[in-house]
Design a binder for this molecule. Structure first.
Ligand SMILES: [Zn+2]
Length: 261
């Protein structure tokens, strides 16, 4: 009986120590202490710089500051870089959407993590920096991610953005993953709201009401801004309605950087 107790004690100590060791490996190196507030976080992906820039007055009119996640940064023309600088001067955030827009988990599986960081992360940060920006947040191309990638990329960025789509038969006020609760979480999911997403203004209203009620930040994202709003784009008209709705629900407009810094 005594022997059994000794063994139980040894197992207890060993598992406690293992737990402590694992916790220390994965614990956050710092925490964010921003007060919770009802907010709208809107972002745009890829490289529709001209279209975004063309509508900068629309953002200004409603005091909306967006985060633009840019990819293929080495192919930006001088004019596009200037447009991004204008957007940055307006208070928008210019952030990283990888260098070549490859599917990160697939690439890591074939080539390994070090090669991925070397080929798609470091050059993205470096080109953006050489163009005068300081990217501190990142959106996964195709929303494709893994825990292993989250751990690695947290070394380079404060926040990582995954994606989320509308669940048939579910309101977006039930999609917990698109709400940031100012908890210090490093991975945030945004709801795609492009023309092809099936997300209506009524859907968004339910989401905005929840954000307002719970003091959460609702995360939404799109790609192109175009009158011809098909596929991966949203019309300026719809965007204006969304901005009006956000005002109505008194949602503060925050960039990704604002969520943590
Ligand atoms: Zn993309």
């Amino acid at each position: 009986m005594r022997r059994w107790l000794v063994w139980a004690f040894v197992v207890f100590i060993a598992s406690t120590l293992t737990g402590w060791w694992v916790y220390n490996i994965y614990k956050p190196t710092y925490t964010f202490t921003k007060p919770a507030q009802a907010a709208l976080v809107i972002s745009f992906d890829d490289r529709y710089v001209e279209a975004w820039h063309k509508h900068r007055d629309l953002f200004k009119r409603y005091g909306v500051r967006a985060t633009f996640f840019i990819t293929v940064t080495d192919q930006l023309t001088a004019a596009e870089v200037q447009m991004l600088r204008d957007l940055s001067a307006d208070g928008h955030e210019i952030a990283s959407h990888s260098f070549t827009h490859i599917n990160a988990p697939k690439f890591v599986k074939q080539e390994g993590m070090a090669a991925y960081v070397e080929q798609d992360i470091i050059p993205s940060i470096k080109t953006l920096q050489s163009q005068g920006f300081s990217p501190v947040t990142f959106a996964y191309p195709y929303g494709a991610r893994s825990r292993e990638l989250d751990r690695e990329l947290s070394k380079y960025f404060y926040l990582l953005r995954g994606d989320s789509w509308k669940d048939a038969g579910k309101g977006i006020d039930e999609l917990d993953r698109i709400y940031y609760t100012f908890s210090g979480r490093r991975v945030i999911h945004a709801l795609g709201i492009d023309a092809n997403s099936g997300v209506s203004l009524q859907d968004l209203e339910a989401g905005f009401a929840r954000a307002s009620r719970n003091k959460e930040a609702i995360n939404i994202y799109a790609h192109n801004i175009s009158e011809d709003s098909a596929g991966y784009s949203i019309s300026p008209h719809t965007l204006e309605k969304i901005f009006k709705l956000a005002k109505q629900y008194q949602l503060q407009s925050l960039t990704f950087r604002d969520l943590v810094l």
